[in-house]
Design a protein around this ligand. Structure first.
Ligand code: PEP
Length: 255
């Protein structure tokens, strides 16, 4: 079973469209764990409407939370609100949020909060183009630093708790024409992420606690380069998750 996460970003622009997209994306799913991450404003309605489908292999997630549990934070959404609206998964540290000034320290706080409330963080990591141009070792070092800082002081006392790591090279996001990494590079990066996680959480079976996903212009033509067999455990999908036909084809491509 692969994990396919739909990051709708700031789409669609009405609840009607969101309901339709949700229904089309979860249709006939028996094979995979599908997690839909709509904008905050549609979460509760979608949860109420599709509650009976939102179980083990269909999940509802969101794209961000505030790093404080409570308080005076105009325009922000708290972990408790997210939990109350039926969400079990939270995308944290997406590069589009890091670009607005979100630091590793804030990301770490958001992960701590998410785990405290027994929800699953989807931690996004990934290098910019300048690092990619320095070669694979620089990429691995960059990701290692992101993991060490974002996962600092996390103890995971609850052995059932899961953390998803979405490796999303920034240069590959929303850039379908780019030359993607090949399978050998993907495998090498996955192994390097696993090694870092094993060093950080030496007492855990990291394969049980962590799932490693790939994101960045994933579509029906390239999904098999990244996911399945002993490649990544799944994918975080942006643009292609806004087209239900493409999303369904992606799901069918992988086993
Ligand atoms: C993303 O933003 O998480 C993402 C993977 O986007 P896209 O699929 O459009 O590159």
């Amino acid at each position: 079973m692969s994990i396919l996460i739909a990051n709708w970003k700031m789409n669609p622009d009405s609840l009607n469209k969101a309901e339709l997209l949700f229904a089309q994306e979860i249709k006939n799913n028996t094979k995979h764990q599908i997690i839909i991450c709509p904008p905050h404003i549609w979460l509760e309605s979608l949860y109420k409407k599709y509650k009976k489908y939102i179980q083990k292999n269909i999940g509802l997630g969101c794209q961000n939370i505030n790093h404080e549990e409570n308080g005076a934070h105009t325009g922000e959404v708290s972990i408790k609100m997210i939990k109350d609206s039926g969400c079990k998964y939270i995308i944290i540290g997406h590069s589009e949020r890091r670009a607005t000034g979100e630091t590793q320290e804030i990301i770490n706080q958001k992960i701590q909060l998410t785990l405290k409330h027994k929800l699953t963080p989807i931690l996004c990591i990934g290098e910019p183009m300048v690092i990619k141009q320095q070669g694979l070792q620089s990429v691995k070092n960059y990701l290692e630093t992101q993991l060490i800082e974002c996962l600092k002081n996390i103890s995971l006392a609850d052995k059932k708790q899961k953390i998803f790591i979405a490796y999303e090279p920034i240069w590959a996001i929303g850039n379908f024409a780019i030359q993607h990494l090949n399978q050998t590079e993907i495998l090498e990066i996955k192994q390097s992420i696993e090694l870092t996680l094993q060093n950080l959480f030496s007492t855990l079976n990291i394969h049980k606690t962590f799932k490693i996903l790939y994101g960045g212009s994933v579509d029906e033509k390239n999904i098999k380069t990244f996911v399945g067999n002993n490649l990544m455990d799944g994918s975080l999908i942006g643009t292609s998750s806004l087209n239900p036909k493409t999303f369904q084809t992606i799901c069918k491509q992988i086993n």
